[in-house]
Design a protein around this ligand. Sequence first.
Ligand SMILES: Cc1cc2nc3c(=O)[nH]c(=O)nc-3n(C[C@H](O)[C@H](O)[C@H](O)COP(=O)(O)O)c2cc1C
Ligand code: SF4
Length: 432
Amino acid sequence: MPGKQLLMTFPVTATSHTLDDYRCRDGYATLERVLRQQTCEDVTREVTAAGLLGHGGAAFPAGRKWSVVNLNDGQPHYLCANADEGEPGTFKDRWILENAPHRLLESMLIAAYALQVRHCFVYIRGEFDLPYRRLAAAIEEAYAAGYCGERILGTDFACDIVAYRGAGSYVCGEASGLLSSLEGKRGYPRNRPPRLTVQGLYRRPTVVNNVETLANVTGIVANGADWYRSFGTPKSPGTQLVSISGHIARPGVYEVEYGYPLTKFVYEDCGGLTGAAALKALIPGGISTKVLTGAECEGVTYDHQSLAAAGSSVGSGGMIAIAEGTCMVRLLQVMLRFYHHESCGQCTPCREGTGWMHRIIDRIVAGRGRPGDVESLLEISRRNDGTTICGMGDAAGYATVGILAKFRDEFDYWIEHGRSRLMGKLEVGIDA
Ligand SMILES: Cc1cc2nc3c(=O)[nH]c(=O)nc-3n(C[C@H](O)[C@H](O)[C@H](O)COP(=O)(O)O)c2cc1C
Ligand code: SF4
């Protein structure tokens, strides 16, 4: 684990997901202190001062989102933990659910207190089996111990937490699609405004936060905003759980302090590329973030500002290392098939555009590419940008533009010769 971290991660043992173990680490002591000594406003003020950024992809400040909820409107408010984690390459929320479910629950209860929420939901990806079982068991333990339900810890605060299993759709990770699904409808994302903090679940004010964002709340409230800000950089405080996969010697989940050198992380902490290959490219935060070439990673630090300056972003923390020899045409083919398959179909540019892009890339790979195909891919991406209800249309375009901008020669070669430039050389298989 790089950096001085340990905001989020704690030694994982065979029992670290249990209540007994969590209590040995002062578990639920912060909730108790908050309920007895702090106001709702105190909690939101601390989270805002800490500068906690959303860890689900958009890096929106959590305190700012919470502050929009009107505590005096007399309406029910809802809190949803987004545990859908559908972004390819991302598996860090799963780590929290499997190893530290009580950290999430305690944080949710503190957040629920701050937002005056009576009913919380954890929307968990349907394919997650062990994470769901661990979470469900933790919720049961929390009820039995008096941390959930009526009169929590003998106070007037009451709160229920329900784990809801999704049915396997990428767009149900988008906050408004998630709420549609939670309401029992088709998981269609919704047009905004109104913001979800004004009209969310059942048209009531709702906060949707990523699992990791919420899991940070207990530490912030227990230790204070200054403590949290002692990690990371002034504009990117704290740490990020990074799940790294692809052609990497030591794949897994690492807690990385913002500001940490990117290549040091890849080469030293993660052991470099498999087979000591050179780093051809790196996708820093799930496939919806723009790819960086190996050379572009030099000198970049792992934080929102440095990655933005390099032309990409932290995204969902799902890093994918790509070794020299990998065919980027086939990589884009896999991505476009995914976006086409996952488009919910509500918006024409996304529904049709992802289909067109998928068909074009399939045609190129089949050796039937035509001059102008690359321009068509770029033009369709451009037309998706900002014209769709949710960010998925944009994301398909970002992935495409990012790869084409940097590896166009591989596409041109395949179109001209009907095959990969890397064939017969070192083409590393991508599961297509
Ligand atoms: C297509 C799509 C899929 C998304 N999937 C997830 C997801 O699986 N988990 C997640 O936390 N956020 C996901 N998001 C982002 C959410 O819409 C939302 O911004 C996030 O849950 C808010 O939490 P945060 O502010 O704590 O990051 C997705 C967004 C889009 C456009
Ligand atoms: S952008 Fe795509 S996934 Fe999002 S609402 Fe529109 S059609 Fe559905």
